[in-house]
Design a protein around this ligand. Structure first.
Ligand code: URA
Length: 217
């Protein structure tokens, strides 16, 4: 990891309230394989009470996909169907996401899909800053386990949270950057594309750029 990426990572941990670092996740046995470690963590966090979103939780939506994925997709927050099933992106936005991935020849099961927050905000409101920061250490931990080589960030909330800024989605799409030392693309959230089909063309351009990078890995 470059010095810049390390500083960005430590800054993110500090913002999320992390004051101590452990070599292995606290209180969790590091399992012999990544999938088992991720499953152990999913179970361990199932009764998380760090933020108000716990109140509406039916299922923690930890994330799913290939534990050795080369690419990780990061959305915003679970919706109703995700809360009901415990799986990310299975509702209407998820169905569009599946089509977007198919259009760039990427199989959903080959990538890893997670969200900024792992519990559903009531009425699908945006998660608050407090909720985002409470949940971020879980995502950072997941990234450290999976070690994806590139990221695709879905939507403004995820982009602003991960980059710690208030820039617009257009700015993030046009100023491609790195997150935790890995090349990162930002595009429209599929739910936004369902609301405004005019964004499908620029989203398609983002996806093609992401696909080019993915195919070189
Ligand atoms: N929207 C998201 O951002 N994540 C999901 O898992 C589902 C809908």
């Amino acid at each position: 990891m470059s010095r810049r990426a390390l500083i960005q990572y430590l800054e993110l941990l500090k913002q999320s309230g992390v004051r101590q670092l452990y070599l292995t996740p606290k209180n969790i046995e590091a399992a012999p394989d990544k999938l088992q470690t991720l499953n152990n963590l999913k179970t361990a966090y199932g009764d998380c009470n760090k933020c108000p979103l716990a109140k509406g939780r039916i299922n923690l939506v930890y994330g799913e996909g290939n534990p050795n994925a080369k690419a990780m997709l990061i959305g915003e927050a679970p919706g109703e169907q995700e809360n009901d099933t415990g799986r990310p992106f299975v509702g209407a936005a998820g169905q569009l996401l599946d089509k977007m991935l198919a259009a760039i020849n990427i199989r959903r099961e080959d990538v890893y899909i997670a969200n900024i927050v792992k519990c559903r905000p009531e009425g699908n409101r945006n998660p608050s800053q407090e909720e985002r920061l409470a949940c971020l250490p879980y995502l950072v931990e997941q990234i450290n386990i999976i070690q994806p080589q590139i990221f695709l960030i879905l939507g403004l909330v995820a982009a602003q949270t991960l980059f710690g800024d208030s820039n617009t989605l257009t700015w993030h799409r046009e100023n491609r950057s790195e997150f935790m030392g890995r090349p990162t693309w930002v595009t429209y959230h599929p739910a936004a594309l369902l609301r405004n089909p005019n964004w499908k063309r620029p989203a398609w351009e983002d996806l093609q750029a992401f696909q080019q990078a993915y195919e070189k890995l």
